[in-house]
Write a protein of this length. Sequence first.
Lengths: 485, 485
Amino acid sequence: MDARSYVEANARRFFEDLKAWLAIPSISADPARRDDVRKSAEWLAAQLQQTGFPVTEIWETGEVPGGMGEVAGGAGEVAGQPAVFAEWPAGDASAPVVLVYGHHDVQPVEPLGEWRSPPFEPAEEGGRLLGRGASDDKGQVLFHTLGVSAGLAASGRAAPPVTLKLLIEGEEESGSPHFAELLRRERARLSCDVIVVSDTTMWSEEVPSMCTGMRGLLDAQIDLTGPDRDLHSGSFGGAVPNPLHALTALLAGLHDEAGRVTLPRFYDAVRPLTEAERTLFAQLPFDEKVWLTEAGGSRATRGEQGFTTLERIWARPTAEINGMWGGHTGPGPKTIIPRAAHAKLSFRLVADQDPADVAAALREFVSSRTPPGIEATVTFDGPGARASHSPIDSPAVRAGRRALGRAFGRDVLFTREGGSGPEADLAEILGAPLVFIAVGLDSDRIHAPNEKVEMDLLLKGAEAAAYLWEELAAAGLGSTAEPRP
Amino acid sequence: MDARSYVEANARRFFEDLKAWLAIPSISADPARRDDVRKSAEWLAAQLQQTGFPVTEIWETGEVPGGMGEVAGGAGEVAGQPAVFAEWPAGDASAPVVLVYGHHDVQPVEPLGEWRSPPFEPAEEGGRLLGRGASDDKGQVLFHTLGVSAGLAASGRAAPPVTLKLLIEGEEESGSPHFAELLRRERARLSCDVIVVSDTTMWSEEVPSMCTGMRGLLDAQIDLTGPDRDLHSGSFGGAVPNPLHALTALLAGLHDEAGRVTLPRFYDAVRPLTEAERTLFAQLPFDEKVWLTEAGGSRATRGEQGFTTLERIWARPTAEINGMWGGHTGPGPKTIIPRAAHAKLSFRLVADQDPADVAAALREFVSSRTPPGIEATVTFDGPGARASHSPIDSPAVRAGRRALGRAFGRDVLFTREGGSGPEADLAEILGAPLVFIAVGLDSDRIHAPNEKVEMDLLLKGAEAAAYLWEELAAAGLGSTAEPRP
C-alpha cells in the first residue's frame, strides 16, 4: 500500500483522534486551564506511544536547573507548562536526525458568542474541521503520526528512515517563556541535523508553498522628559522645549524618504533576498486589492522603496510605532506644554540582524537626536528575537520541497512569515537548519473565533510527512548540516 | 490733601473692606458657589455706591436677548453669573469716557491642605494679604474705589475728570463664556474712549511696568485614521501606512529649523515688535536661570530664532502640541499598527493674526501633508481668541505710564502677557484701545494655594488710578481714539 492510500484508508480514524484532542481546552494563557494543558500533553504522549514511538516523555518546563524534576517557584514564580518529547530511532544508526517542532497549547476563545459551534466541540462542516487548535497547531502536529505510519506502511520497514524526534511545546501561545531554557537544558537529547517546523501556512489550497523564514523582533519604549511639571502654554509656550515636539521630530526621522529605517548600521547585517527568491515570490498569485482589504481596509500600500509588498512584510526589516502618548488626551483643550512624551516601538528583523545591535543603534539614534533640554531614556522588553531563515537552496529545504511536491502533485513555491516565533531559538540553540512543512492557510482564522482547518490539506500534510523522511534520508543531511557555534 | 496722603490715611479702612470682600467665596467654576458669586457682586455694587458712583447695577449674563431681564435657560441651559456695572459721569460732558475692566469671581482653592491660612479668611502676613482673590482680581478692582476717592480729595472736585465706567465680570475664571454676548448687548452703555484693564502683573516690586498686550489662542485637534482596526505588525508591518508615523511626520514639520511655524501665511499678518519695544523689553532685568527654574526646571530655552525668551513668550506666535495619543499605551509591548492617531494643538497668536486664518492654514497644512492611505480631520474648539495689543506710543498708554510713574517715582517699563483673556473682545466689541494698569506680581501665586498680594502695591495702584483720570483727561482721548468698525 502506498503512502497516499494508507493516509486515505486511515483518514477517518485520524480525524476522530484529532477531534478527541481538540476537545481538550489547552489554553496556556488561562491559569484555570493548566490541568487541561497537562491533559493535552498526556493525550499526545499516549497517542505517540500508540503510533509506535519507543520513547515518549512529558517534559516539565520552568524547572530549577539541576533539580530533581522539582518545579521551580514558590512564592510568586509560576512554573511552566509541559512539553511532549518523543523519539523513534532510525534502523540505520548513520541516518540523519530530524526534530519536529510544534505546540499543543491553543489560543483563548473569546469572544465566545461569535463561534458557530463551541470551540472545544470540534465539528465537521463541508470538508473543514472547526475548533480551537484545528489548524494552530494540533492538526498540524497530529498529521505527523499519520505520516510516519503511512511511510512505514509504504516501505514495509519497522522504523523510519531518519531518527525522528518530536518536541511539542505547551506554551507557544503564551510567548514560549520557558522554551529557550528547555532547549538549552535538553540540548543533548534534542541534537539533530534538521528541524522541521509544522506551525505555519501555505499560500493557498491551490498553491502549495513552504515558509522559508520568520522575522525577528525587538520591542522598545522611548520616554522623553522636559520640565518637571506640565507648563502653562501661555506663560511658557514658544520658549522651552516641548517633549511632544521632540518626540515627533525624533520619530519622524526614523525613516528616510525612501522608506528606509535610519538607525545607524540597520541594514549592514541584513541578508539580501536572492534573485531566485524574488523570482519565486513574484510567481505567487498576489492580489493587492484583496490584501489591502485584509489589511483592515488600508487604502494604500506604503513601505521601503524598491521592494514589493510581499518582500516588505516577509524579508525586509521594519520600524513601527505601536503606541504614543503624552500631555492632555481627554476631552476638550488644555493649553499645556507636557512634562513628558512616550512611544512604544517594535522592529521586525530579518536574517542576520542581531537584536542587540539594533538596540544599541536605537540608543545611539535617540541620544544623537534628542534636543538640548530634553532627557531621553530607551528601554527594551527583553533581548528581542532573531529572525529565522531557511535558504531555499539548502539540501533540507530541497528535500522538503520534493516531499510536498509529491503530495500535492504541483510545483511548490516559497513564502515567509512576517511575524516571529520561537523558531530562531530552535535553530540557534540546537545548531540545525529549519524546514517549514505546514498546510495551514491564512484563512484558517487562527487566534479568532471559528478557527478551522481544511481536512484534505491535513491529509496532504500527512502524505508529505511520509515522503519527507525518505527525502531527508536520501539527502544525506548528517554530513551536510553546517556546524554552528 | 494730596492723593498719596489720602491713600495712606485711608489704607486701613481700604484693607478691612477688601478683607470683607475676600471672605466671600465667589468661585465661578463651582456650581455650589453661585450664591456666593452673586453675594460678591452685591457687595461690590454697594461698595461702589458708597464710594459715590451715582449708577451701580447688577447685570445678569446668559440672558435671553430682548427678554425683560428674564434669565435664559430652563432645561439644561445654565444662565451666567452676574457682572457689576457702575458709572460716574464727569463734570465736563466733553471729557473722555473710560471703562475699567476687572472681575470679582475667583479661582477654586484646591488643594486646601496647602494653604497656610484658610483661603476665605484673609490674613495679613508681613505686609502681604493672603487669601483667594487678593491679587486676582478683587484687590486690583478695589484699588479703583480708593483711587477715585483720592483723586477727588486731592482735586477738591465732586466728580472725576473723566466719565468713569466699571464693568466687573463674574465669570472670568470660568473662561468668560457670556462676556462677549454681554458686551454686544450693552454696547451702548459701555461705549468709551479707552478701556483700563486691571487684571495683570508688573515685572517686579522694584520694576513697575505696564502690560501692552496678551496673546490670542486657537485650539485644534487632528485625528488621523488608517486601517479600520489595529493590524498585526508582523503580518502587515512595513507595508501599510501607520497613522502614528504619519502624525509624527506631520507634526515634526510644524516648525522649521529656525523654530518658525510652517503653516502657510502664518506670519503674514503678525504685527512686528517695534525697535522701541524691543529696547524697552531688553531693559527688564531678566534672569534666564531663574526663569528656567520657574519653567518647571526646564534645562534649556528653545524657540524662534532671532528673538529673546521674553519676545518669544510675549510677542511671537507659537504652535504647541498639548497632547498626543494613539495605539497601545498600556504596560508591555503590543506589536500593532494602530488604526488611528490623535493630537491636540494650541496656537498662541499675536496682533493682528486672525484665528480664522490660522484655522484655515492648519487645515491646508494637514491636508497637503497627509500621506496616501491616511485620512485626516481637523477640528477646532470654538473660533479662537484674537490677541490684544496696546501700542506703547498711544496717548492712552502714555497717560497710563505717566500715572504709574508718578505713583512709583520710577521709570515704567513694558511687558506683555503670553496667555489670553477676554481683553481682545473688549477692545474689538467696544472699539476702544486698551491700557493695562495693574500691580499684581508673577509671584502672587494666583490660581495656586496661598495667593497673596503686596499691600503696598495695592496702595500704589490706588494712587496711580487717582492720577490716571487726570492724565487721561489731559490727553484729550475723546478726540484721539481711533474709530473702529
